[in-house]
Design a protein around this ligand. Structure first.
Ligand SMILES: NC(=O)c1ccc[n+]([C@@H]2O[C@H](COP(=O)([O-])OP(=O)(O)OC[C@H]3O[C@@H](n4cnc5c(N)ncnc54)[C@H](O)[C@@H]3O)[C@@H](O)[C@H]2O)c1
Length: 365
């Protein structure tokens, strides 16, 4: 493994030019010593939109052409989920470092093949978990690492939308393309936030249930519905997750449900010396963090003043730092694979109606 010459710009190609692809372009464009020089999407209207707003030298219809370019160091994968594995593996085989959108893939088998490709070709593979770069999460993480909550023994993580099925009838709601519904889409984000704050405990077992009650009636979309498409995935999932050292995590996610939340997410952590809650209402960032403690022997609440944080820009910066460091061996996508292992076990548990035990497959690679 050789760290790139820090005087040379790192050149990026972005595959998939929807919301996530444009966000990746903005994130990389803002970094010193990084240039986005290529982009790919089969839809001409997506390529036109991007070429109007950004100066990108090479636009391709086929991702195969982009990953084969010998003037690229990095490929950023922002396609529908069923293409994460083939695009990532092709890019790694061509010697590129890969930043792949969450979830790593539809299944553990696909994720494992991606991690193996990163190991075999000695390149960085990182999955985008942007919400952990929020200001409130970073402040809470520092508080936890200083021992502020004592030993955390129980946690909750949720992302609930009242009426927020993305592209109802499109790829998000087609099982073969997405791999699942809100559990694989929003669940991985919020699982990542929870496990990151809990300092990556091992997952021992999961017990989950999924429901498809609103989307199947053609309701619960965000106003971007496509006519006549399928709704083949769940619209609500709930899970009870057993972690190492007796810690438990309760997860609840929905794209559509009759309830009080519009589009809200957060975590709650319960420790021996304190508790904390991040409560994000419609992507708010101020006044989202509360810490519960005792002062002078009486219960007290702290509301830290937090900054907005970085999101995708922070993920891209960290990814570039890893590439420039040359220390790539611990950055081959294992974290992303672990999240997908939990999600897949939840789907199995829901289907079988019983608890499912887990063995860390990522650690074995
Ligand atoms: N990190 C986040 O916060 C976040 C947010 C939204 C989406 N995502 C993830 O990003 C990915 C894309 O989601 P989106 O919302 O941008 O979807 P989208 O449907 O808006 O965009 C996907 C784009 O990929 C293009 N595409 C399809 N086939 C392709 C191919 N063969 N080669 C190149 N491009 C192809 C489509 O034409 C489309 O423009 C998904 O995996 C999703 O889970 C992450």
């Amino acid at each position: 493994m050789t760290a790139p010459d820090s005087q040379q710009p790192l050149r990026v190609g972005v595959v998939g030019l929807g919301w996530a692809g444009e966000t990746a372009i903005k994130a990389f464009t803002g970094l010193p010593g990084v240039e986005v020089i290529a982009a790919a999407d089969p839809r001409p209207e997506q390529r036109e939109k991007i070429s109007k707003n950004y100066e990108i030298a090479h636009l391709h219809a086929e991702y195969e052409e982009l990953v084969a370019r010998d003037d690229l160091d990095i490929v950023s994968v922002a396609t529908p989920t069923f293409l994460h594995a083939p695009v990532t593996i092709a890019a790694l085989e061509h010697g590129k470092h890969v930043l792949c959108e969450k979830p790593i893939a539809r299944s553990v088998a696909e994720g494992e093949a991606m991690v193996k490709a990163a190991i075999d070709h000695q390149r960085v593979l990182q999955v985008v978990f942007n919400h952990r770069r929020r200001g409130d999460v970073q402040v809470l993480k520092a508080y936890i690492d200083q021992g502020g909550l004592g030993r955390i023994y129980h946690a909750k993580a949720m992302w609930m939308r009242r009426s927020g099925i993305p592209q109802l009838g499109g790829w998000f709601t087609t099982r073969e393309m997405a791999g699942g519904g809100p559990l694989i889409d929003l669940g991985v984000h919020i699982l990542d936030m929870g496990l990151y704050l809990l300092n990556e405990p091992e997952v021992v077992a999961v017990s989950a249930a999924t429901y498809a009650e609103i989307g199947t009636q053609g309701r619960g979309g965000r106003g971007d519905q496509l006519a006549g498409g399928a709704f083949e995935v769940e619209d609500l999932a709930t899970a009870f997750i057993r972690l190492s050292n007796g810690i438990t995590l309760q997860l609840e996610v929905s794209w559509a449900v009759y309830g009080k939340h519009g589009d809200d997410f957060g975590v709650a952590l319960f420790g021996t010396d304190g508790g904390a809650e991040i409560d994000v209402v419609r992507y708010s960032w101020q006044d989202t963090l509360r810490i519960f403690t005792d002062t002078g022997g009486v219960p007290a609440e702290i509301r830290p003043q937090v900054v907005r944080g970085e999101g995708h820009a922070g993920v891209a910066r960290e990814f570039i730092d890893v590439i420039r460091s040359g220390n790539w061996a611990d950055h081959v996508g294992r974290e992303g694979l672990r999240r997908t292992q939990i999600v897949e076990a939840c789907y199995q548990s829901a289907q079988q109606g019983r608890e499912v035990a887990l063995v860390d497959r990522a650690g074995q690679l």
